[in-house]
Every structure is written in structure tokens, then in C-alpha cells.
Design a protein around this ligand. Structure first.
Ligand SMILES: Cc1cc2nc3c(=O)[nH]c(=O)nc-3n(C[C@H](O)[C@H](O)[C@H](O)COP(=O)(O)OP(=O)(O)OC[C@H]3O[C@@H](n4cnc5c(N)ncnc54)[C@H](O)[C@@H]3O)c2cc1C
Length: 418
């Protein structure tokens, strides 16, 4: 068991998105000496532009038994929230096939169960960090809403919503009148909805990471602004070679580099099929007063969220890899839909592309690397990384201490793909 005073308690956390910074704070809280490494500003990549929801109800994966039938639609339609680049799909056939395998009913049920168990720990992971860093004012507790523009859309989602309820999600059903009363700013096109009353939102996810990070630095946390290129296991610890030609030594390391984790050599990640689901946001400054909580238009695959920075429309899925080029087709889609949702006439003030780290089974990877027990993995949180960052940090700190994790992490083990 870990002794907080020992000299072997230096942990290097590689990647300072919401997952890495949450791991760093939990480790620091448990007495580890922590160094955080990232060449980019903490929280500035995928963790900055998301839909801001603490979606403790988000146990339903993108994997769906009906997805194969709808593939032609995803490939060719202009009206689909899921876009697939044919060139990318062909070049990454094993990943695509693996993803489709996890669309089978039995596999989807396992994913829902595993995500549900992790989501039950959301508050246990998040609340201590909010308290520690005095971040209460960065949250709003007004619930989250789903809306459907057709009765058919609502009926199609019934089984999924039932599965959500079985995993402990609490919600009430809404009709058109309820929706209008709760969110009068929405266009009157929504006929059914759900209200997740206990859900909350972050008002600006970049500010949350910054607040965590500043607390970390003020409490003897060390930050090195450089990417990690290579890791070598040596007697008595692990050395990390950095992009700026420095090298550092640690007793344990945590890989929390999101969708980019495969770029680090020597960590035993080769057999883990980490991919990415790209997602977009567009933002209208000064328009956040139109809503009082995040509202997901379910059939259209995105949230409208009131943030400190404006009214943000965030979501959609594009399977097209880690290239930084934005796809104008995806931006046009979300812009068109945002106008329908609110009768907006202006153009968005900004657009953004993010990279959700996704495994074919839509479960994160949490646990020790197959090559060394002192290399801990914490990536792959797909659509709910903001929600799951706190509980992931807690679990990683337990593993680093040599304690039994407070949630069964078997479904998330790094060697599950063989
Ligand atoms: C459109 C959209 C909407 C979303 N909405 C929600 C939502 O409402 N609720 C929710 O819970 N989740 C949401 N998500 C998902 C969530 O944003 C992600 O799961 C989460 O941000 C992933 O965090 P991360 O820390 O793993 O990755 P990132 O934020 O990408 O951070 C990874 C970090 O690693 C660094 N890095 C990369 N390579 C190296 C290296 N070699 N060495 C050192 N550092 C490195 C990067 O610079 C980066 O800072 C959404 C995502 C998208 C795209």
C-alpha cells in the first residue's frame, strides 16, 4: 500500500485535458508528488469546446444495432448528424469492423451496464474536486433536457430511455406544453421531451480546467509545457523523453492524452484500438439568455447550451481521424439546425472541432498497461469525458495507491481487445 511520505511517490501525468487534470488533483490529494506534462495549454483541446453537460444519464453509446442498415444514409445524406469519410473508413477497416461488432444487441447491453456503473460514481469523483478548488460558481444546477421534433423520434428512443432508467437515470417526460413552459425561447417544433432534473452543467469547461490547474500548481504541483514522445521502463522507475529534448523520471505515469494517446512510444498501447469521433461546436455570442439549461435535440445529434461565452451548439459525430481540417458540411448542418431550433437569423461567431477519444466498444480504458503496472491508462471517454473525468481521477489515484478500486474496473481493462 502507498505511503504518502515515501520517496517513490512521484507520478507523471501525461496530458492536461479534463481527464489528466482531474487525475493530477486526485493524486495530489492523496499525497503523491505530481508532474503534469502537456505541450498545449491545459484544457484547450477537446475539453474546451464540448456541450458542458455533466451527463450522469449518458450511458447509451453511439453503437446501435440499427447502424448497419443506416450506413448509406450516414455516407451520403446532408441531413445526418453522423458523417463517415469513405476514405478514412477504408483505410481503418479493422476499427470500423470492430465498432460494428460492438453494435450487436448483446454487446450494446454490456456497454450500457458498464457505463451505467461508472456514471453512478460521477458525483463521488467530481464533488470533492469542486470543493477542493472552490469551483462551485462554474456550475449551474438547472437540469438538462432532451427534446424530440416528432412522436416517431420519441418512440424510437423509448427502449434506450428505458435502459437509461434501469441504470439509475432519473427523468420525467415532457409534452409540447411543458417544453414551452420550461424553455420559451425554443421554436415551437418540439412535441416530446425528457427532463433530467438532477443533471448539472459547467458554464465554461475551459475555465473549469484552468481553475483545477491553478489549484494544482498552487499546491506544489509541477507543470512542464512539453509533449511526451517516448517512455522507457527502467530499474526503479520510468523515464519520459520530452519533445523539448528534456527527460524526466517518475515512479508511475498516467497516460491521459485523450485521442492522441497512441502518439506516445513505449507504453504498450499498440493493441488498443483507440480511434476518434470528431465533433463540432458553433457559438453565437450574447445569445445565451435564450435558454436556461442545456437542451439536446435528440434526432439532430447535438445540444444547445447556454455558456458564459454565448449560446453553444455542440455535438454531431464525424468518423474521419485526427486531421485538424474542419468539414464545412458538418458546420453547415449544425448551423442550419441551430436556426431551426431557435429561429436564429445571424451567423455563428465561432466554430470549433474536437476529437472525442473512442474505443470501438465506447468504453474508456482505465487500468494498468499490459507492459508495466506502473503505467496507468486513463483515456477513451468518448462523449462523456467531462462527466467521467472526476471518477476516473479517483479510480486512478486508488490504483496508484495499490488499493482496490471503489468501482469494478474490469469492463475498462486495457487488455480487453486481446
Ligand atoms: C462536440 C462535443 C461535445 C461534447 N459534449 C460533452 C458533454 O456535454 N459532456 C461530457 O461529459 N463530455 C462531452 N464531450 C466529450 C468530452 O469533451 C471528452 O470526452 C473529453 O474532453 C476528453 O478529455 P481528455 O482529457 O481525455 O482529452 P483532451 O481534452 O483532448 O486532452 C488531451 C490532452 O493531451 C495532450 N496531449 C496529447 N498528446 C500528448 C503528448 N504526447 N504528451 C503530452 N500531452 C499530450 C493534448 O494537448 C490535450 O491537452 C463532448 C465532446 C465533443 C467533441
Amino acid at each position: 500500500m502507498f505511503d504518502g511520505r515515501s520517496k517513490t511517490n512521484h507520478v507523471a501525468v501525461v496530458g492536461a485535458g479534463i481527464v489528466g487534470v482531474s487525475c493530477a488533483l486526485w493524486l495530489q490529494r492523496r499525497g503523491f508528488r505530481v508532474t503534469l506534462l502537456d505541450g498545449n495549454q491545459p484544457g484547450s483541446i477537446t475539453s474546451s469546446g464540448n456541450a458542458c453537460t455533466i451527463a450522469n444519464y449518458g450511458c447509451i453509446p453511439v453503437n446501435d444495432p440499427g447502424i448497419i442498415k443506416r450506413l448509406p444514409y450516414y455516407l451520403f445524406s446532408r441531413e445526418s448528424p453522423l458523417t463517415l469519410s469513405p476514405g478514412y473508413a477504408l483505410a481503418h477497416l479493422p476499427w470500423m469492423i470492430s465498432f460494428l461488432r460492438y453494435c450487436r444487441k448483446k454487446e450494446v447491453a454490456k456497454t450500457i451496464q458498464a457505463l451505467g456503473s461508472l456514471l453512478l460514481g460521477t458525483n463521488d469523483g467530481l464533488d470533492p474536486l469542486i470543493k477542493l478548488t472552490k469551483a462551485e460558481s462554474l456550475f449551474s444546477r438547472n437540469g438538462c433536457m432532451y427534446v424530440y421534433a416528432s412522436d416517431q423520434g420519441f418512440e424510437d428512443a423509448r427502449a434506450k430511455n428505458q435502459a437509461r432508467a434501469e441504470q439509475g437515470a432519473k427523468f420525467s417526460e415532457l409534452n409540447a406544453h411543458d417544453i414551452k413552459a420550461l424553455e420559451p425561447g425554443l421554436s415551437p417544433i418540439f412535441v416530446k421531451g425528457l427532463l433530467f432534473e438532477n443533471a448539472r452543467q459547467v458554464l465554461n469547461p475551459q475555465s473549469l480546467v484552468t481553475q483545477y490547474f491553478e489549484h494544482f500548481c498552487q499546491h506544489q504541483g509541477k507543470y512542464i509545457q512539453s509533449h511526451v514522445i517516448r517512455v522507457k521502463v527502467q530499474e526503479g522507475g520510468i523515464s519520459l523523453n520530452l519533445a523539448d529534448h528534456q527527460s524526466i523520471h517518475a515512479n508511475k505515469i498516467v497516460i491521459s492524452s485523450g485521442a492522441f494517446s497512441k502518439s506516445i512510444d513505449g507504453i504498450g498501447i499498440e493493441n488498443i484500438p483507440l480511434g476518434t469521433e470528431r465533433g463540432y461546436n458553433i457559438q453565437y455570442e450574447g445569445q445565451q439568455g435564450r435558454l436556461s439549461r442545456p437542451v439536446a435535440w435528440v434526432e439532430s445529434g447535438f445540444y444547445a447550451t447556454p455558456t458564459d461565452l454565448g449560446l453553444r451548439f455542440a455535438g454531431t459525430v464525424e468518423i474521419a481521424g485526427l486531421s485538424p481540417e474542419k468539414n464545412q458540411k458538418c458546420l453547415n448542418y449544425i448551423t442550419r439546425k441551430s436556426r431551426e431550433m431557435f429561429n436564429l437569423t445571424s451567423s455563428p461567431d465561432s466554430t470549433w472541432l474536437g476529437f472525442r477519444p473512442t474505443l470501438p466498444d465506447s468504453l474508456p480504458v482505465i487500468g494498468a498497461s499490459p507492459v508495466n503496472e506502473n503505467i496507468l491508462f486513463a483515456f477513451g471517454h468518448q462523449h462523456i469525458g467531462l462527466t467521467l473525468a472526476g471518477i476516473t481521477g479517483k479510480l486512478i489515484s486508488e490504483l496508484a495507491q495499490g488499493a482496490v478500486p471503489s468501482i469494478d474496473i474490469t469492463p475498462f481493462r486495457p487488455d480487453r481487445f486481446g
